[in-house]
Ligand binder design. Structure first.
Ligand code: GLV
Length: 329
């Protein structure tokens, strides 16, 4: 059925599955391929299992005449030029659903850790500074009963909302799409304009894809409109937040804290963030549980095998590319 590039070492199970039907060019290391290496390897293959660390742009796709499918091991697709792939009839797939609950869990980890100052408290204990219980030691913010603002009520946003019900939270959400049908009233989430969410939410969490429309969705104006006790959590994509404005807001006390799994210039982290005690940081691990990462890799492998077998892959994102291919055959 052809040859497939796997850009980075991942689960053997997924590589074995591919090997049953295709020849695999596996980068056996955990090192990101350089743009030159990626181009050299990609021009030889019919399919690629790519990761968020692989930038697949229009120029690269131009250099890969054989390429028929890009299976991204992620739900987000901002590392791929979707428009260019579609114009070329290259199928692009992602890994939705399987990572929803795991990413919602991590969102809650960051929210709770930021609210209750867990990382600071952990360091305090490890540093041997816990000499006596103190009535005002590490006072944080309550989470239960507070108002949660969810920006983007897609699959992950809804999974976060379901967890909020257990904390007796009032939920406000913003989503430009009409998601009222999928809510079925069960989540008790109220649709609200951004201004109302900024004015009323104690916690704001981001679950939008990175698009031109969502770039810097949270900017200086947004932070200025938030409550001073507000904690912002980002497990979506770094550039959805204007990181400089966030740092200013955290420094000036415009907002209270943040939990960040993603960064604007990832993997570069602004050193100012590193010195802030009211920020909890993670290295883009939203979907990083054993079970979920394996499921994501297996899903990407299946998408590749189906596509190279001539069928429409189950998690196809650019349907127009499929139509284009059908017209050609
Ligand atoms: C990870 O960031 C993903 O988009 O799946």
């Amino acid at each position: 059925m052809g040859k497939v590039l796997v850009t980075r070492r991942l689960f053997d199970e997924a590589v074995d599955r591919l090997n049953e039907h295709v020849s695999v060019d596996l980068n056996p290391t955990d090192r990101i391929l350089t743009p030159d290496e990626l181009r050299e390897k990609l021009r030889e293959v019919d399919g690629v299992m790519s990761l968020v660390t692989d930038r697949i742009d229009s120029a690269l796709l131009d250099a890969c005449p054989k390429l028929r499918i890009v299976a991204n091991v992620a739900v987000g697709l901002d590392n791929i030029d979707l428009g260019a792939a579609t114009r070329k009839g290259i199928l692009v797939t992602n890994t939705p659903e399987v990572l929803t609950e795991t990413t919602a869990d991590l969102t809650w980890c960051l929210m709770l850790a930021a609210a209750r100052r867990i990382v600071e408290a952990d360091s305090f204990v490890r540093d041997g500074r816990f000499e006596a219980w103190g009535p005002r030691m590490f006072l944080g913010l309550d989470v239960f009963g507070k108002t949660l603002g969810i920006l983007g009520l897609g699959r992950i946003g809804r999974a976060v909302a379901r967890r909020a019900a257990g904390f007796g939270m009032r939920i406000l959400y913003y989503d430009p799409m009409d998601v009222s049908g999928v809510l079925a009233g069960d989540l008790g989430a109220e649709k609200a304009p951004l201004e109302k969410i900024y004015a009323e939410a104690d916690f704001i969490t981001l679950h939008v894809p990175l698009l031109a429309e969502t770039h810097h969705l949270l900017n200086a104006d947004a932070f200025a409109a938030m409550k001073p006790n507000c904690v912002v959590v980002n497990t979506s994509r770094g550039p959805v937040v204007d990181e400089r404005a966030l740092i200013d807001a955290l420094r000036s006390g415009t907002i209270a804290g943040a939990g960040l799994d993603v960064f604007e210039r990832e993997p570069k982290i602004d050193p100012k963030l590193l010195s802030m005690p009211n920020v909890v940081l993670a290295p883009h691990i939203g979907s990083a549980s054993h079970e979920t990462r394996l499921r994501m890799c297996m899903m990407a492998a299946e998408n590749i095998l189906v596509a190279l077998g001539g069928e429409r892959p189950p998690n196809l994102v650019n349907v127009d590319a499929w139509d284009r291919r059908q017209q050609r055959t």
